[in-house]
Design a protein. Structure first.
Lengths: 52, 908
């Protein structure tokens, strides 16, 4: 059981990491939400400032 | 921006025209109410913490009322932090962030108020009241009674509808990491909470502990941690106006945390009766967790690169930064302390308390405070008071640092004393300065929270300076990346839609990983335990009697399990001190288990036969009467005004204490099947505190245990040794025997037979050695094997210095003949023909009859005992049956028998 746990964690982690590393387009896809979050946050912040 | 982003629907409430027309409603009133509720409850919880800590140094602080006893306040302290402070802060944050992450309002404003009232007035407040009233569950992080658990589960279900439903509508590829953590945390906790709180009520002992261990860790790892990380991941970019370093790494961290965290649970029970495979799995998972946290924290700290000025100048961000650093420290510490060589040393000690405070204050509370202050700066017309917040930060940081350093050092000292053969009470004495320091460290912490609230209440109602320039720059970056992402989108164009939405997070992270941990660390170990129980349980095993079962409820209600464990771990230090390791079959009727996670007092699982009921009554009524340096709180509500008058609860509790380890005792060798040979060797070394001699009955040897070390053989009394013995005596014996050794200790009223008046006897070396080594069976005198032999020798010297032996008084032949006949016709059945305490009836008497060859009463004492007997023993009063002359003659006769044990020694 322990071996299975360790194996699954290692395989999944390194698999995704390698995929991310060799595919720049995949990196961009994964990184998109952080920019969207900032944009949305700014829209809400702007509203907050206007209400003040 | 691509076409997968959620369009803003018409149902969204608009506050204003223009930019606001696209934005969903945010329930600021709910944020305010949950925010204030969080701070009020953290102040109350911190105050409870200080009271609890103070009682370590001043056990009778606040008096002896049931509602404010240590155990009940301790329950409320942690539950208040968990539900009241962090729960409310997380909910407030969710109202702030979910609309921002989803472009949708939360499900329902009315539902929001229902959750608020439910959380605070059906969970927190009733929970506190019920615990103080004596209704609780003695399980770590699950102390509120089961009726409250029903409302907790209901609240979590409503939170799923309120917060997770909007998150479900967002494509997974667009959802920011905070939304992933909120979704996973709420779904997982909704499933884990009933398992951790209810299963131990139905799965007994070790099996229940396996599930309980899951919840202990899940409470922190799958509720507090995800929500706190959701806050950190949101506040950092919001304040710095820069995106986090890597959203990909944050995703890696998310999936690894949700996969690995649930597998850590059993590391709370390393070296326990839970199958070693589960323990080993939890330890490996703990190491992996540390590595994962390094990944997460690296990502968060890299997100702050180039923003040192903002960390210094923006107090909410500084709170979050501190929390992130503490998260790294506490996680690495957790990984290390799960390792067996470390765990065997520091587990149950104050080190763990320092660890938990570093997690709940240093990590979670700092981030929650930072996020709450950040949210506050967005509330209409409200800002936090930066000056008060700044003071709050430093007070909390100083108080927490002092507390963690102090408790960590305390744990190391405790661990060292526990692996030594020092008496248990030495570890308690050694903690006094550390515990006092903890009280002191709590003052800046509660002051910090007070100033935090002040900061929320007294902020200026003005807008923060515009940062439109920086925002504009970042917006441009967003546009650029959004366009670039269009190419990436094509890669995933063929992704099935069912996998593209956030409920995948809920089902995989929240549900799937919960099921894996439930099976791996719960179901499988429970099945293995049941198989082992079926194989090893002795036929003599019996469940508790009704009185013992009621006493078990009292034991749990008063929080006894939070100072006394009921599990002897399979390590030498435990076995040598307490006895045989706890076997799974011993716990098969424990609903719920009372294993405990902390030792302030000694383990009680081998209490059977160790002390008398009288001793327990005296100890419960006034702990310092029997153990002068004890810090145990008194329990006068278990008595009717005196230790000699226990009420039904007191009787039941002592009945339960008396039952602990009884089945193991009755099982004899057949109960040791799970103990390997090496441990059996350690068990047989004879240094267990358990005093019941396992060799031949003492009655066969005139009350002398030939295996008891003779502490002093020269017969000379050295003044320095006796003086040191007096100090040892005052610390350990004066509660019963009195500071002057004249049996006027404060425990006296509740003890029968009365403690010996040491001024009125002379004891031989062999007699004292036996008494100190084995205790006096049938009296409240316990064995003192945990004392160092040099201390026992010093006590022997001191006791012997109190009363020198009397010279034999010559008796005329006629007197001797008459006395012999009197003795033979009245005393022989108990005291034996030679007065050696070995008469035919002696075997059934407790305490055993006196062996006059090794113990010599003073003439007054001898006459008094013959005249009045010894209440609580089998010695009757002879007044009215023998004349004054006969009684005097007998007194002179028994005095003349004393020979310092030479006869006995020769006989052996």
């Amino acid at each position: 059981m322990i071996d299975i746990i360790v194996g699954v964690i290692s395989a999944v982690s390194f698999g995704i990491l390698i995929f991310w590393a060799i595919r720049p387009s995949a990196r961009k896809w994964f990184e998109f939400p952080k920019y969207k979050m900032l944009e949305d946050e700014e829209r809400f912040s702007a509203l907050d400032r206007r209400r003040d | 921006m691509n076409d997968r982003q959620s369009p803003v629907s018409n149902q969204h409430v608009s506050y204003e025209r223009g930019i606001s027309s696209e934005l969903p409603r945010i329930d600021y009133d709910l944020i305010r109410c949950h925010g204030h509720a969080a701070v009020v409850t953290v102040l109350i919880s911190a105050l409870l913490g200080i009271l609890v800590a103070t009682k370590f140094n001043f056990p009778t602080f606040l008096g002896g009322h049931a509602w404010e006893t240590w155990g009940r306040l301790r329950y409320n302290h942690t539950q208040g932090i968990f539900f009241g402070w962090l729960g409310n802060a997380f909910i407030a944050f969710c109202y702030f962030v979910v609309p921002r992450l989803t472009n949708r309002p939360v499900t329902s404003r009315k539902l929001g108020w229902a959750i608020f009232w439910l959380w605070n007035f059906a969970v927190v407040l009733p929970g506190w009241i019920l615990v103080c009233a004596g209704f609780s569950q003695p399980l770590e992080w699950a102390e509120f009674p089961i009726i409250v658990d029903v409302f907790v589960i209901l609240a979590f279900l409503l939170m799923l509808v309120q917060f997770v439903k909007p998150l479900f509508s967002v494509p997974a590829g667009d959802l920011y990491v905070s939304g992933w953590y909120i979704t996973g945390g709420l779904v997982f906790t909704t499933l884990a909470y009933p398992i951790g709180n209810l299963v131990p009520e139905f799965a007994a002992g070790a099996k229940g502990a396996a599930f309980s261990g899951l919840w202990i860790h899940d409470a922190v790892g799958l509720f507090v941690t995800p929500l706190a990380l959701a806050m950190a991941y949101y506040v950092i970019p919001s304040v710095t106006k820069r995106p986090i370093y890597s959203h990909f790494i944050s995703m890696m961290g998310f999936w690894l945390l949700f996969f690995i965290y649930p597998l850590n649970g059993t590391h709370h029970y390393v070296y326990s009766a839970i199958p070693m495979s589960a323990q080993r799995g939890a330890i490996i998972a703990s190491v992996y967790l540390g590595l994962t946290v390094v990944l997460v924290v690296t990502n968060l700290l890299l997100s702050l690169r180039g923003s040192s000025d903002k960390v210094g100048g923006n107090v909410p961000l500084r709170f979050v930064w501190f929390g992130v650093v503490a998260y790294l420290l506490v996680s690495l510490q957790g990984s290390i302390q799960a390792l067996m060589p470390v765990n065997r040393f520091i587990h149950f000690s104050d080190w763990v308390i320092g660890h938990s405070h570093l997690a709940m204050i240093g990590f979670a509370s700092f981030i929650a405070a930072g996020a709450l202050a950040h949210v506050w700066s967005s509330l209409p017309g409200v800002r936090y008071n930066a000056r008060a917040m700044n003071w709050s930060y430093w007070l909390l940081a100083i108080g927490l640092s002092l507390m963690v350093i102090d408790l960590t050092a305390a744990g190391l000292v405790e661990g060292q004393l526990w692996v030594s053969r020092a008496p248990w009470i030495d570890s308690v004495r050694a903690m006094y300065p550390y515990w006092l320091t903890r009280v002191i460290s709590g003052i800046p912490i509660i002051a910090g929270f007070l100033l935090f609230w002040t900061g929320l209440l007294t902020g200026p109602r003005n807008a923060i300076p515009s940062q439109s320039a920086s925002v504009r720059r970042n917006s441009e970056r967003v546009s650029d990346d959004g366009e670039k992402r269009g190419g990436a989108q094509e890669i995933f164009h063929g992704t099935p839609s069912i996998l593209g939405y956030a409920f995948v997070i809920a089902f995989v992270a929240g549900f799937g990983f919960f099921v894996i941990s439930f099976v791996v660390l719960g179901i499988i170990p429970a099945r293995q335990l049941q198989a082992e129980i079926d194989r090893t349980v002795p036929h003599s095993m019996q469940p508790l009697t009704p009185a013992e079962a009621r006493g078990r409820v009292v034991y749990g209600r008063e929080g006894c399990a939070y100072c006394h464990t009921e599990q002897v771990r399979v390590i030498a230090a435990d076995v040598l001190r307490f006895g045989a390791p706890t076997a799974p079959w011993e716990t098969q009727y424990d609903y719920p288990h009372l294993w405990g996670t902390r030792r302030i007092g000694p383990d009680l699982s081998r209490e059977h036969g160790l002390r008398t009921d009288d001793w327990h009554f005296a100890h419960l009524f006034d702990p310092r009467s029997t153990v002068p340096d004890s810090i145990m709180p008194p329990y006068p509500w278990l008595f009717n005004g005196s230790s000699a008058k226990p009420n039904q609860d007191g009787l039941d509790l002592v009945a339960y204490l008396r039952s602990l380890g009884r089945e193991r005792e009755l099982a004899g060798d057949s109960g040791n099947e799970q103990v390997d040979h090496g441990m059996a060797m350690e068990m047989s070394s004879g240094y267990s505190a358990h005093g019941i001699p396992d060799t031949r009955p003492l009655i066969d040897t005139g009350g002398i245990n030939p295996d008891a070390p003779v502490f002093k053989t020269t017969g000379e009394i050295e003044a320095t040794q006796a003086q040191r013995g007096r100090d040892v005596f005052q610390h350990n014996c004066s509660g019963c025997h009195g500071v002057n050794a004249d049996d006027h200790g404060i425990a006296r009223p509740g003890l029968l037979p009365l403690p010996a008046n040491l001024m009125r006897h002379h004891y031989s070396d062999a007699d004292l050695a036996t008494i100190l080594w084995d205790g006096v069976y049938g009296s409240a005198m316990p064995p003192w094997r945990q004392l160092d032999k040099s201390d026992l020798a010093a006590v022997t010297a001191y006791v012997q210095s109190l009363q020198a032996p009397f010279a034999r008084e010559p008796m005329a032949p006629q007197e001797l003949d008459a006395a012999s006949k009197l003795f033979a016709s009245n005393c022989v059945s108990c005291h034996g023909a030679q007065g050696a305490g070995d008469g035919p009836a002696a075997g059934g008497l407790k305490p055993s009859p006196v062996n006059f060859h090794v113990r010599q009463p003073t003439p007054d004492r001898a006459r008094s005992v013959i005249e009045r007997g010894i209440p609580g023993s089998s010695m009757p009063a002879w007044k009215g049956q023998l004349s004054d002359d006969d009684r005097n003659l007998l007194a002179r006769y028994v005095l003349s028998l004393y020979d310092n044990g030479h006869k006995e020694v020769q006989g052996q």
